[in-house]
Ligand binder design. Structure first.
Ligand code: 4AD
Ligand code: MG
Length: 388
């Protein structure tokens, strides 16, 4: 029946009621708002509430939308193994598997599907993976978990610029889909979680947001504006942030957010120092006169930073010279014999390629306004927490 109450269209007039599953006094969910940290301890019940209902429905759309983007663009979807023999990301700590006798060699949970994706970019040109990824980095930050989902496209014959273009198109495709499909959920999250949620999504899409006062109602008026996201080298960003450009090797989470605030939107940060880049990133020979440490080379790398979240994507062109690859491995303490097949990809009819990894859960944070990654994952796995 029509409801006389505000903020609701209808009410249910009940004639009979059957309780299908009753609760005991121990049921922890009350008829009031609970804190996010309390709800985190109730991960087996929290999806029954409207907050996690909204987050999970938007998460569902983000995953569908990413798959759709690549299928429409003709990419081959690969399922990559989650048990691997290599550590891939030099900087991150992998989980080790036991028993060791099973494979007769050390085995790890995958920290990235990239090296496997590179095989298939050399046979099928444009490919992507979307799978669970594991890192044992001892980081307790609100944007790190031990198990997260990463989408990793790899494209043959393409350059760094193409990689950034695909990354931007992909994220804009997802944002557009979420806006189109979740008006109700976004309004709810904006009211209860993040007052500037819609504003930051529209801004990222280049929509000009202004108040139309002509009708006197002060309604939000969204206009389409063209334009690509900002691109800036790490060195330029250091200058903008008042840091020392010659000693800055990476930005902290706080600096990433500050940079997004300065440019009022997403930004691609490019050309990280080679010495702090993983072994597979292609080096651009550009000597920095002023650089006192390292050899001054930078890699053809890029990170996408999103407002309030920071890094959501990391990618690069891949080194295709086998000698440089081997020397990079030795310098970073990796054993070249474990990567024999990867080097062979370069020796046997190689093509240049570019690729990136999109942190799916961080993108869900951006479109829901949730500030902890643990609140956008159905059953999160983080340091010191393996309940369920
Ligand atoms: O920048 P990362 O380490 O890049 C790679 O793994 C490359 N191999 C990807 C590639 O080129 N194919 O990770 C990519 C993204 C990050 O930008 C971040 O969004 C997410 O993965 N990520 C995490 N998300 C949640 N928890 C963690 N511990 C994460 N570590 C990385
Ligand atoms: Mg990264």
């Amino acid at each position: 029946v029509r409801s006389p109450g505000k903020q609701q269209a209808v009410e249910i007039e009940c004639h009979s009621l059957e309780v299908v599953g009753s609760v005991t006094e121990a049921y922890p969910m009350q008829k009031k708002g609970h804190s996010l940290s309390f709800l985190r301890e109730q991960a087996h019940f929290r999806s029954r509430g409207n907050l996690f209902g909204a987050v999970l429905r938007i998460r569902n759309t983000v995953f569908r939308s990413v798959n759709e983007y690549f299928w429409q663009a003709g990419f081959l979807h690969l399922t990559a193994p989650t048990i691997t023999s290599s550590q891939c990301e030099g900087g991150s700590v992998p989980f080790s598997l036991s028993p060791l006798s099973f494979f007769n060699q050390p085995a790890y949970l995958s920290v990235s599907a990239q090296l496997h994706a590179e095989i298939f970019a050399r046979s099928h040109t444009n490919v992507f993976t979307l799978g669970p990824t594991y890192r044992a980095d001892p980081s307790d930050s609100p944007r790190h978990v031990a198990e997260f989902w990463m989408c990793e496209p790899e494209m043959a014959f393409r350059k760094m610029e193409d990689g950034m273009e695909v990354a931007e198109d992909l994220v804009k495709h997802v944002l557009t889909d979420v806006l189109r499909s979740h008006e109700e959920e976004l309004a709810f999250l904006q009211q209860w979680q993040e007052p500037s949620l819609l504003d930051r999504i529209h801004r990222a899409l280049g929509h000009e947001i202004g108040r139309s006062d002509e009708n006197g109602e002060g309604k939000n008026d969204v206009k389409q504006q063209q334009g690509r996201w900002h691109r800036m080298t790490l060195e330029e960003s250091a200058q903008l942030l008042g840091l020392n450009p010659t000693t800055t090797k990476d930005l902290s989470i706080a600096e990433e957010k500050e940079l997004c605030d300065k440019v009022q939107g997403p930004i691609f940060l490019t050309h990280f120092p080679s010495e702090s880049s993983p072994f597979y990133m292609k080096t651009k020979d550009r000597k920095h006169q002023s650089c006192s440490e390292g050899n001054g080379n930078v890699s053809l790398s890029f990170d996408l930073l999103m407002p309030s979240i920071g890094e959501v994507i990391g990618g690069s062109e891949r080194e295709d010279d086998p000698e440089i690859l081997l020397s990079n491995m030795r310098q970073t303490g990796l054993n070249p014999s474990e990567y024999e097949w990867y080097v062979a990809l370069r020796q046997q009819g190689t093509v240049p390629s570019v690729g990136f990894g999109l942190g799916m859960d961080r993108l869900v944070m951006f479109v829901t306004g949730m500030t902890s990654i643990r609140d956008v994952i159905p059953i999160p796995r983080a340091m010191g927490s393996l309940h369920y």
